[in-house]
Design a protein around this ligand. Structure first.
Ligand code: ASP
Length: 342
């Protein structure tokens, strides 16, 4: 009798192990990458055909770079980091090279990255001179026991890690400088130093969410913040749960817009929470946050987000006139959009 029980329990254990193995090996997902290049007053009347083309091309290049990694069996974490680097290197977006100016004329950048499988995260805030702040964020995640480093401490750490630096000429974009001057002029009549009175300023933060073939999600966001922000101001982009979030159990999210609202509403995590506790789909949750919660907080016409669940369903939602955005999936073709009704 003893032997029969032993045999039975052996069979059960073996059965469980085999079915777990079968489950693990059947966990191969389709690879998908979704990006944004910022939400704001993006409308055809403010564009030229050349500019439109340049944005589509830059978004496509970023999508193709990240997708190649996913297609080759790489991780979603590697894919979002590589994708963000392409966008940070382009002067078209408000991140890395094209970062906007603070009120005293500097570029201070914020970035964060999160892995859905482990809930590990890394971030840097108020950094200057680092060519790709997203790389610094990943280093914080993998090489320290911290989640966020700021200012001089983050810059010193990035140097220690051997990351690339650039001088102020690299970050100097004439259009961003003119934006700062225009806002400073408006300020003279409208007042309110560093206020949120300028939602129509061209924004342009960048973000990426990815699902890899192993079924793992990741999210990343990088920004120069808001034009004319006070130096030392930190937005939502480097704050885990506000501008960036990833959890394999629910979704990966990257936000863009006036960060103060996204911090107060913890909107990236809010999407995850709505899915987890209310059973909402990623699409319904993102819509609810952007068109309901954000608007109720006073953030009408101020932002958007991309969000994706572990089955590859995704949302690209915004309440502004436009949002640079795109996705690439199984067909390997980048699909990119700029305006609202596309
Ligand atoms: N969310 C960013 C910030 O507030 C700005 C943006 O998305 O364009 O810093």
């Amino acid at each position: 009798m003893k032997y029969v029980t032993l045999l039975l329990s052996l069979i059960i254990t073996l059965g469980t192990l085999l079915s777990q193995h079968a489950l693990a090996s059947s966990r191969s997902s389709k690879a998908i990458l979704v990006i944004h290049g910022g939400a704001g007053t993006i409308s055809p009347d403010k564009m030229t055909p050349d500019k439109e083309k340049a944005y589509h091309e830059a978004l496509s290049q970023a999508l193709q770079t990240g997708y190649q990694i996913l297609h080759d069996g790489g991780t979603s974490l590697d894919a979002v980091e590589a994708t963000i680097c392409v966008l940070e290197d382009s002067p078209l977006f408000n991140a890395g090279r094209g970062s906007v100016y603070t009120s005293n004329g500097y570029n201070e950048m914020d970035a964060s990255i999160m892995e859905g499988k482990t809930l590990r995260a890394g971030a840097v805030a108020s950094v200057t001179g680092i060519k790709n702040p997203i790389r610094a964020a990943r280093k914080v995640m993998e090489q320290t026991s911290h989640v966020m480093l700021v200012g001089d401490g983050a810059v010193e750490f990035a140097r220690e890690q051997g990351l690339e630096f650039e001088d102020s000429a690299y970050f100097a974009t004439p259009q961003r400088w003119q934006e700062l001057q225009r806002i400073k002029e408006e300020e003279k009549t409208k007042g309110k130093y560093g206020s949120l009175e300028f939602p129509h300023t061209h924004l342009g933060t960048v973000g990426a969410v990815a699902l890899d073939k192993h079924g793992d999600l990741a999210a990343a966001t990088s920004t120069g913040g808001l034009t004319n922000k006070r130096w030392g101001r930190v937005g939502d982009s480097p704050i885990i749960g506000a501008g960036t979030y990833a959890d394999n159990a629910t979704c990966a999210v990257s936000c863009t817009g006036i960060g103060e609202y996204f911090i107060r509403g913890s909107y990236a995590r809010e999407v995850s929470v709505l899915m987890q506790y209310r059973g909402m789909s990623v699409d319904a949750a993102a819509k609810h946050v952007i068109h309901d919660e954000l608007v109720k907080l006073g953030g009408e016409d101020t932002g958007g987000m991309i969000a994706m669940d572990r089955h590859g369903h995704f949302a690209m939602d915004f309440n502004t006139r436009g949002m640079y955005r795109g996705y690439i999936g199984e067909d390997g073709t980048p699909h990119t959009f700029l305006y609202r009704n596309e």
